[in-house]
Design a protein around this ligand. Structure first.
Ligand SMILES: Nc1ncnc2c1ncn2[C@@H]1O[C@H](COP(=O)(O)OP(=O)(O)OP(=O)(O)O)[C@@H](O)[C@H]1O
Ligand SMILES: [Mg+2]
Length: 397
């Protein structure tokens, strides 16, 4: 069982709509787990259930060896960065960061436990009530200062510590909110789109810093995003969620390369995966016809089970081949961004568009005719209606 364990979690709002439907998930200690899904898919609801801010209708949640399904939020020891974060407007950034440490004497308790473990004399409020020397106030202050400095440096907010939230930018406020969660000692850190307000450059550097800090501290993070780049670059594993269903869980590249269904295939990748209509060939049930071309699949699979159904050939832009055989197409446009070339072609028979991405010089020019083929070692075929996988080069061979 994972460190954070969700078993068959369901949640309904207004007893008709399933925001979460039978979600099970195991997250390891020290793991950076990314929950990826479109707007309204249930991401926030799921982490609010873990935090205890929503009750679940069904299922069981545990952290470590404690079943916490019915624990109040305050007793779960989780830190959360909210999607709609709010800072205390009347406190400086520094005091906003210090607040979770001062609240309920958390830092004092930690220091006291640490000093006991180290064999030195216990010294906080507890120690005092036990007749022992209390930790000096100045020592607690120094610890707070050290922690804040470390987190502020990582988030590049050191120079705004003395300002109030009203005097800093939206992106800076978001980083303070992130800092306020990281500063605490918690079993699990739940982060709801914590970088969404940052500009592209800051976002990418904060991504790296956050990931490094997480690794260094060994903390367990469940991170919510709808941004697949964020998921691919930060997650040890990702879970793709849609309409309250957790559809696929795995390492980012495994999910990218071996999607379980069409939704996952289309949600990961930029530019998005090409989806081309196909049908099992009437003459040969191991072939698929697309764009007027009969495509021979390796291993001669028997596709008679989906004969007559509309299929979708899912082809990554990097797996589109323009060569001497395949479906006839016309080159619509060629664009280059730096050394990456984007070539869009339109199939002559069906007028479907296919985009190819390559860093190689192809010599292809706009308006010319070409033949298009998928790279057969990376092709996935799905059934259009059920979105289920019908044939996959990686899995069938
Ligand atoms: N308190 C609520 N009452 C009724 N419906 C709700 C409530 N909270 C969420 N929902 C619904 O549950 C579904 C899941 O919402 P949720 O906020 O978890 O989505 P999300 O994946 O976080 O989306 P986003 O990326 O837009 O933040 C949505 O359809 C939403 O409208
Ligand atoms: Mg949300």
């Amino acid at each position: 069982m994972g460190f954070v364990s969700l078993q068959n979690i369901s949640k309904t709002f207004g007893n008709k709509f399933n925001a979460l439907d039978n979600v099970s998930l195991e997250v390891d200690k020290g793991e950076f787990f990314v929950l990826l899904g479109p707007s309204g898919s249930g991401k926030t609801t799921l982490i609010r259930c873990i935090a205890g801010l929503e009750t679940v209708d069904d299922g069981r949640i545990s952290i470590g060896d404690r079943v916490i399904t019915d624990f109040p939020a305050g007793e779960r020891n989780v830190a959360m960065v909210f999607q709609n974060y709010a800072l205390y407007p009347f406190l400086t950034v520094y005091d906003n960061l210090a607040f979770p440490l001062k609240a309920r004497g958390r830092l004092k308790r930690t220091l006291w436990a640490e000093s006991l473990a180290n064999g030195t004399s216990p010294t906080t409020g507890f120690g005092y009530s036990l007749g022992l020397n209390p930790i000096k106030r100045s020592e607690v202050k120094r610890h707070i200062r050290e922690r804040i400095d470390r987190v502020a440096e990582m988030l590049q907010i050191t120079d705004i510590l003395e300002r109030k939230p009203g005097q800093i930018s939206g992106g800076q406020r978001q980083r303070v909110a992130l800092g306020r969660a990281l500063i605490r000692e918690a079993n699990v850190y739940l982060m709801d789109e914590p970088l969404s307000n940052l500009d592209a450059k800051l976002r990418s550097s904060t991504r790296v810093e956050l990931k490094n800090l997480q690794k260094k501290l060994g903390i367990t993070v469940i991170y919510v995003t709808h941004d697949q780049i964020e998921a691919m670059t930060m997650g040890d594993r990702i879970g793709v969620i849609n309409k309250g269903h957790l559809i696929q869980i795995g390492k980012p590249l495994d999910v990218y390369n071996m999607p379980d269904n069409l939704f996952v295939a289309s949600f990961l990748g930029d530019p998005p995966i090409n989806q081309v209509d196909g049908k099992v060939s009437e003459k040969d049930k191991s072939k698929i016809t697309f764009g007027g071309f009969d495509l021979k699949l390796p291993g001669k699979p028997d596709l008679s089970g989906v004969s007559g159904k509309t299929l979708k050939l899912a082809i990554r832009p990097e797996d589109v081949e323009l060569g001497d055989h395949g479906a006839s197409a016309r080159v619509l446009f060629v664009r280059s961004i730096g050394r990456t070339h984007y070539i869009s072609v339109v199939l002559q028979e069906t007028e479907e568009m296919i985009t190819k991405v390559t860093t190689e010089e192809t010599g292809v020019t706009e308006g010319t005719d070409v033949l298009v083929m998928p790279n057969l070692s990376h092709l996935d075929v799905f059934e259009k209606d059920s979105e289920e996988l019908v044939w996959s080069a990686k899995r069938n061979h």
